[in-house]
Design a protein around this ligand. Structure first.
Ligand code: SF4
Length: 258
């Protein structure tokens, strides 16, 4: 009934696992969730930090960050994008203050002038156990043992351990590790989540056990997605999170139609 997507990304796998119906509405009905304050904040912060690390080491200062943020704000028309949000958390000044606080918190986690990155926003395509995968790695470092350290900026809150397992929290980065090994033969030693808002770095060793769990998640999700595409049955996973789901808000989720 539906043709499975040619590629899966770690985030599309996450969406399908969270709610198959949500995946179906987004991918097959092509009704996308609009950008939010949180997604815009993440994109703007990522953009500025990518440019910061594009500068020579000695120029990666707080002043350069301010200059870059100002230039990118104008060039990429962020003010208009923020003003177009349907549910803004505040005004332009609030957005800038929140974004700048996240960016400057980076200095509490590492000194950008002393940090070497080998790749940023690296596009990666790979076949993981027969599943075609596509994604973008925020930051990659090759260590002295020729293993990768993969890291990702996060501007959201640290997930509550009661509701999010370690395997789920690091799934995206472990999936990238599997993709890197499959495409370039480069093993990964460690993955890191840089929670900028809370100035916290969470690390995980990319052990064979952790990688095997992530691989199992990819394969299981692909099998479940192929089955749903075959039958057209995309289950509605009704949880408390539905209250934040755009498809409930606009009245198109079948589970919430009266
Ligand atoms: S409202 Fe809930 S059940 Fe419906 S699509 Fe969204 S997450 Fe799925």
């Amino acid at each position: 009934m539906f043709t499975p997507p040619e590629y899966l990304s770690p985030s599309s796998i996450r969406t399908f696992r969270d709610c198959p119906q949500k995946f179906k509405i987004s991918r097959f009905d092509n009704i996308k969730e609009p950008p939010s304050w949180a997604t815009h904040l993440g994109s703007f912060v990522h953009e500025v930090l990518e440019h910061l690390y594009g500068l020579p080491h000695e120029d990666r200062t707080n002043d350069s960050l301010k200059t870059l943020a100002g230039e990118l704000w104008t060039t990429n028309e962020w003010e208009a994008k923020v003003l177009e949000l349907t549910e803004p958390k505040g005004g332009i000044r609030d957005f800038k203050v929140e974004a700048f606080a996240s960016m400057t918190n980076l200095w509490k986690l590492e000194d950008p002038a002393e940090t070497d990155l080998d790749e940023m926003e690296m596009k990666i395509e790979a076949d993981v156990e027969g599943v075609r995968m596509l994604g973008y790695i925020d930051r990659l470092v090759i260590d002295d043992e020729q293993s990768a350290i993969i890291s990702d900026y996060k501007t959201g809150k640290i997930p509550n351990e009661r509701f999010t397992s370690e395997d789920d929290k690091f799934f995206q980065l472990l999936a990238y590790a599997l993709m890197l090994e499959a495409s370039d033969g480069v093993p990964t030693s460690k993955v890191e989540l840089l929670y900028l808002t809370q100035s916290a770095k969470h690390e995980l060793a990319a052990t064979p056990v952790k990688l095997s769990i992530a691989k199992g998640t990819i394969v299981e999700t692909k099998e479940a997605l192929d089955a749903a595409c075959g039958t057209g049955d995309f289950h509605c996973n009704v949880t408390k999170l539905c209250d934040w789901c755009h498809y409930k808000k606009i009245g198109i989720c079948p589970a919430h139609k009266s």
